[in-house]
Design a protein around this ligand. Structure first.
Ligand code: IPM
Ligand code: MG
Length: 378
């Protein structure tokens, strides 16, 4: 087959796959109500590098704050050990089938960071994160960032299943001279993330939502995203909405005069990835942020930083700071309706942050000591 025909066939298969995804979204029956479940299974998946160490500390905090419901059997913890880079390479899959089945048997997942091989770095395996978001249809990536003393209280609603990520590992290398990647935006995918952002704003007394795109350049995909967000906004007349291009918003976030006016952001996948790292840095670093990956049937909570393999290689994993995973645990609690417990975790986490000195080395505290301080102050 000549390369043009091969490219057409490749593209046609991608379009068919995406059309099937649209049908699945159309048939989605809506969000699970955790208050109606007799039992909630929390899957704890350590991941790679420092992941198992910091996830175990966050799990201890969860077990402590939920101890009555753990004792009654309402809350059950399940350990999922298989999501490691070694297993992924052996199975040549982003998530080995048995691990995916274990994940799907849980109601909610606490996940440590997983290592993503870059191109050229061994087999070309897709990111476990991206695969999990797709397989469990975790369409909303919710990332809160707050710096109270500066009046910053932002919540980012990053679309989590589409954009550049939908087909990120399925581009076409046409020949030695030319490669294509693809970006996909759907009506269903956009409306559901927009609705999450506006519902959050309404329920939490937020007055403003900012839509972030590059619709001046990416007219089809971002243009659609922008238009549909404005359409959804009409259902929320009490909320003020405006839109910004991603370049200027990245400047505005470091502009102390204007940044505190922002409250809720809704943005496509890749911009959300980039802007939330910038925002987390303003809060004190990517290690301080947690992230909720929410779908209608499943939800997964994680840190936004990586697996820090160098810390493990130098025998320092016990000094890794579990604050980001404890923050993820707090978001998990809030999601399943344990608001008071979530508030207690966040208050105790603040005390631990203020009193325990973590350096990532043996001149600072260990992750276990940090978690002990959180547990003592719950
Ligand atoms: C994130 C991460 C992931 C992403 C990586 C690990 C695939 O950067 O959660 O922000 O790009 O989404
Ligand atoms: Mg990122």
């Amino acid at each position: 087959m000549d390369k043009l025909e091969a490219a057409k066939a490749h593209f046609a298969a991608l379009v068919e796959e995406q059309l099937a995804r649209v049908e699945r979204m159309k048939n989605d029956t809506g969000a699970v109500d955790y208050s109606k479940l007799d039992q909630i299974i929390i899957g704890c998946c350590g991941g790679d590098g420092i992941g198992p160490a910091i996830t175990a500390e966050a799990e201890r905090v969860l077990r402590a704050v939920l101890k009555d419901d753990v004792a009654s059997g309402k809350i059950v913890f399940k350990q999922i050990d298989g999501l490691t880079i070694e297993n992924r390479i052996a199975a040549n899959k982003a998530i080995p089938d048995d691990v995916l089945a274990e994940l799907k048997a849980c109601d909610i997942i606490l996940k440590g960071p997983t290592t993503t091989p870059s191109k050229g770095d061994g087999p070309n395996i897709e990111s476990a994160n991206v695969a999990m978001r797709r397989e469990l249809d975790l369409f909303a990536n919710v990332r809160p960032v707050a710096v109270p003393e500066e009046g910053i209280d932002w919540t980012f609603f990053r679309e989590n299943t589409e954009g550049e990520y939908a087909l990120g590992s399925k581009g076409i290398a046409l020949d030695a001279d030319m490669s294509f990647d693809f970006k996909v935006t759907t009506t269903q995918g956009t409306e559901r993330i927009a609705r999450q952002a506006f519902e959050f704003a309404r329920k939490n007394g937020k007055k403003r939502v900012a839509i972030i795109t590059k619709a001046n350049i990416l007219k089809k995909t971002d243009g659609k995203f922008l238009e549909l967000c404005y359409k959804v906004a009409k259902e929320y007349p009490e909320i003020e909405v405006d839109d910004w291009f991603v370049d200027i918003i990245s400047a505005n976030l470091i502009n102390e005069k204007v940044r505190k006016n922002f409250q809720v952001f809704v943005l496509p996948n890749l911009y959300g990835d980039i802007i939330t790292d910038e925002a987390a840095q303003i809060q004190g670093g990517v290690g301080t942020a947690g992230s909720a990956n929410v779908g209608n049937k499943y939800a997964m909570f994680e840190a936004i930083h990586g697996s820090a393999p160098r810390m493990v290689e130098t025998g320092r994993e016990q000094y890794a700071n579990p604050a980001s995973m404890i923050k993820a645990a707090e978001l998990l609690l809030r999601h399943i309706g344990y608001k008071d417990e979530a508030d207690r975790v966040i208050a105790a986490l603040k005390i631990a942050n203020d009193t325990i000195k973590m350096t990532g080395r043996n001149d600072g505290a260990t992750g276990a000591e940090f978690a002990n301080c959180v547990i003592e102050n719950l």
